[in-house]
Write a new protein. Structure first.
Length: 319
């Protein structure tokens, strides 16, 4: 009897540890498919791309393969005057300006959609439905529509501006250097703004109304309420959307290539289109791989700094 009791106690003592191990093993089994696809579609291509970046691999000599040339591709890339223009277009125009416009407009639209005025006139539902339309439009379709709207001969925007007397002659928005980047950012913003707006709107609607009422009772103006109540509550959503929008925009190929083809000339060439041009038009797959590795490295550095300096501090304050 005593022996049986001792065995039962030992089993009871071991069972929680075994149970925890069983739970961990189950989690590991569930993660195996995810890790498999991660290795197949991310780790292996990245390592293969890194290897190619140190060779002179050509699109026209794939069977022969590329010969090892060390860091020559990287030296050529980083010392090229064309690459400085590509980097400027990618970092400043496409990413910084494009993301800033989306975040600011997304905040303004979120406040508008959450306003009492729309509720009073019962326009909340129709406004949100109309907001989803650009988001539901595939990028290729959106680009075709906007290219027609901005066309100097048949475009509705030129016709409208001329009818209103704003301009005397049609403007080639996608050919003139003064207008081409604002036009590109307009197209990208129109197609991607709804996601940003809806994210901020969801954050706004989770804000306790008691905080707003307390601020109003204390005599806070509308601007003071936005600054000290709304924006602190929206900060985590803003941090996440800035990070995600930066990744999506920095790596984007479709909007620039289908709208301008990186032109006129190479005026709107960005890193994603540079990879395509060097790899599949010039046939320099080794050099193209080097551009891809630099692009991925820049994004990794940005993500680490952003998460370490801004996001980590913010979420520590929140939690």
């Amino acid at each position: 009897m005593a022996l049986s009791t001792a065995v039962d106690r030992a089993g009871a003592a071991v069972s929680p540890a075994r149970r925890r191990w069983g739970e961990r093993r189950f989690v590991l089994y569930m993660l195996v498919p995810a890790f498999f696809f991660l290795v197949c579609f991310y780790v292996y291509p990245t390592l293969y791309n890194l290897e190619n970046s140190f060779t002179d691999l050509s699109l026209f000599g794939l069977k022969k393969g590329g010969q090892w040339i060390g860091v020559d591709n990287y030296v050529e890339l980083l010392t090229s005057p064309d690459f400085r223009n590509v980097l400027w277009n990618t970092v400043v125009w496409l990413t910084i300006v494009g993301v800033a416009v989306r975040i600011l407009l997304g905040l303004l639209l979120a406040f508008l959609l959450d306003s009492e005025t729309l509720r009073k006139w019962r326009l909340t539902t129709i406004s949100r439905i109309l907001l989803i339309v650009p988001w539901a439009t595939p990028p290729v379709v959106a680009i075709i529509i906007w290219r027609w709207l901005l066309d100097p001969k048949l475009g509705a925007i030129n016709e409208l501006l001329m009818a209103l007397g704003v301009i005397d002659a049609p403007i080639a928005f996608l050919a003139e250097r003064v207008w081409i980047w604002p036009a590109l950012i307009t197209i990208i913003t129109w197609n991607t703004l709804p996601l940003v707006t809806l994210t901020f709107l969801a954050a706004l609607q989770s804000l306790p109304r008691e905080l707003i009422e307390a601020a109003q009772c204390d005599g806070a103006t509308r601007l003071q309420t936005i600054r000290h109540v709304y924006l602190p509550h929206l900060r985590p959503a803003i941090i996440v959307m800035v990070l995600m929008s930066t990744f999506w925009t920095f790596n984007n190929f479709v909007y620039v290539w289908l709208t301008t083809g990186a032109g006129p000339g190479l005026y709107t060439n960005v890193m994603a289109t540079e990879i395509y041009i060097k790899g599949f038009i010039d046939g320099r797959l080794g050099y193209s791989s080097a551009v891809g590795i630099v692009m991925a490295t820049l994004m990794m550095i940005f993500g680490l700094i952003y998460l370490r300096v801004i996001a980590e501090r913010e979420f520590k304050e929140e939690f």
